[in-house]
Design a protein. Structure first.
Length: 157
């Protein structure tokens, strides 16, 4: 136990030794009894404790009235509105719209389901026509004659 620890006990728990931790109380009291500096420090703390304990604290404080009094006592401030704010809002909205439209316009065109089916039919008909023109036979005939079964098998012959 040293002087600084006794001062810390007084600052934290007050001047009344009954409030201090039991394991430090006896050593702190002995140190205070032998030190005029600590006696004066405890007396100052006792006066502060007495002042705090004698205060009348009102439990039912009207916080709304208190807040109103505080706000009323503040100096009036001018309400300034930036002239640039509406232009900034418009520019931001226009930028977002421009980005949305440009992304929508630049995305690749995808075929819808009916067009894909028509495209597949046309491709198949073209392949059959090319097959007949090249080999003078239909692909079905070739398949029945155990000759190449598809358009590209004739390369293996």
């Amino acid at each position: 136990m040293n002087h600084e620890r006794v001062k810390t006990l007084i600052d934290c728990y007050g001047a009344d030794a009954e409030r201090w931790p039991q394991e430090e109380m006896e050593a702190a009291i002995m140190l205070i009894d032998n030190s005029p500096e600590l006696i004066a420090y405890q007396d100052d703390a006792r006066a502060l404790d007495k002042l705090i304990n004698n205060q009348n604290i009102q439990d039912d404080i009207d916080t709304h009235a208190l807040a109103s009094r505080i706000m009323d006592s503040l100096p009036q401030q001018e309400q300034t509105r930036s002239v640039k704010a509406p232009y900034f809002a418009f520019a931001s909205a226009a930028t977002v719209a421009l980005i949305f439209v440009s992304t929508w316009l630049l995305q690749p065109v995808t075929m819808e389901a009916p067009f894909v089916e028509i495209n597949n039919i046309a491709q198949t008909e073209f392949e059959e026509w090319a097959w007949e023109e090249t080999l003078d036979q239909t692909p079905l005939t070739l398949a029945e004659n155990n000759e190449p079964a598809d358009e590209w098998s004739f390369m293996e012959i």
